[in-house]
Write a protein that binds this ligand. Sequence first.
Ligand code: BGP
Length: 481
Amino acid sequence: MNYKKFPDNFIWGGSIAAHQCEGAWQEDGKGPSAIDYLTGGTFSKARRVTKEIVEGEYYPNHEGIDFYHTYPEDIKLFKEMGFKALRISIDWSRIYPNGDDEKPNQKGLDHYTQVIDQLLACGIEPIITLFHFEMPLHIVREYNGWLNRKTIDLFVRHCTTLFNEYKGKVKYWVTFNEINHLDPSCDFDSIFTYMLAGVEYDVIKNPKQDLATIGYNMTLASAKVVAAAKEIDPSFQIGGVFGLTCYYPQTCHPADNLQAFFDTNRDFYQMDTFVNGIFPRYKLAEYEKNGIHLEISEKDRQVLLNGKVDFLGLNYYSSSVSPSVVVKENEKIDGVLAGISNPYLEASDWGWKIDPVGLRYLLNYLDRRYHGIPMIITENGLGAVDELDSNGKVHDPYRIEYLRKHFVEMRNAIDDGVNLMGYLMWGPIDLVSATTGEMKKRYGFIYVNKQDDGTGDGRRIKKDSFEWYKSVIASNGENLA
Ligand code: BGP
């Protein structure tokens, strides 16, 4: 083993999610999903949930980038770059349009069969996310999403359908994307709470208790799904994906260091359960102090123990600074959305701090915390404003620079002994932003000619970073120039 190099079988590729790219929101029997009721937003204007589809409102996920129809050509472009894997999600509302239907929708299953077959034909390993913010609206409205334990059974049934349908073709599965954004300390009316929890704001009566229950129910659902998968095919590899940021203390005061530890740690309680099979004692202690009660039966404990994951997926974009507990209030905040600025780091146009060393730190931290568990970077990338020049080309040296620095730190982490299996760049083709609903926030190696005002012909154009990533993959990470 040469620790200075990426391993020979390193999985280079990309990551996308159904609701952000497919469009075709009413095609082939798909039911409406929670996301279909989210309007577009911007950096300064939050997306909104509407009760009905309102005429004249813009719902960016209804069209996405039309990947539902363009996937054969788009996958060919991924193949041209040399992708070894593509992480996609399967939209629950295409398979069970209402979530509780008696039978799955055959057209939905057939669609994903074709996508998976196309990937395999191109030599690209499919990695499937089972829940990436895609919940049938009927479950939101009739069951209150993950607040209700019945949703767990419906989800397990949905996943079991997929395991039986795609076994032999798909080996890698991910139960949930970023459930760590659900915690009693979160804003219950944030967009992430709606997208993840599948619960409308007015249903949440006791935010702290309800958010704890939702976070717990999803953790239990993941364990049940892992057990169901292993029963169908013990060779399946099942993981959980977490969106992490490392928090730096604002000062070197010991109290600030402790606060930074607690802030970083907030994202770990579900991950600890996924990996160790035990709901952590520190979280129960926190709940008790805050008057939060969880019903964890002996049966649940067994379920958690039998549902441990095989690998972890890390979504990493930026780091944060933990607000000081000793610095005066008026010296703390310098931008509501961007948080406290770190004088050592630059930020993206959307205020996300660019911190490649933070990636090395987190990879090492996870490695030590979970005793060398296999990891994949399941998302990473730079959301930027890309523009076509007068020759119809997109020059994106800033993206190449961002990725190069992160790849150097990945290599350093491998040299540190971290068991890193792969890297999947987020949004290898431009798609709808999850947090703002914009097309303007572009991540891709491939430009999609579609603008937020509805103009553009949807044409795919290779950016400069396309050739660069191709040469990175061809050289297995040797050639980063
Ligand atoms: C992650 C989500 C992705 C993706 C990414 C970038 O949290 O898993 O779905 O969207 O963030 O965020 P955004 O699209 O808002 O730039």
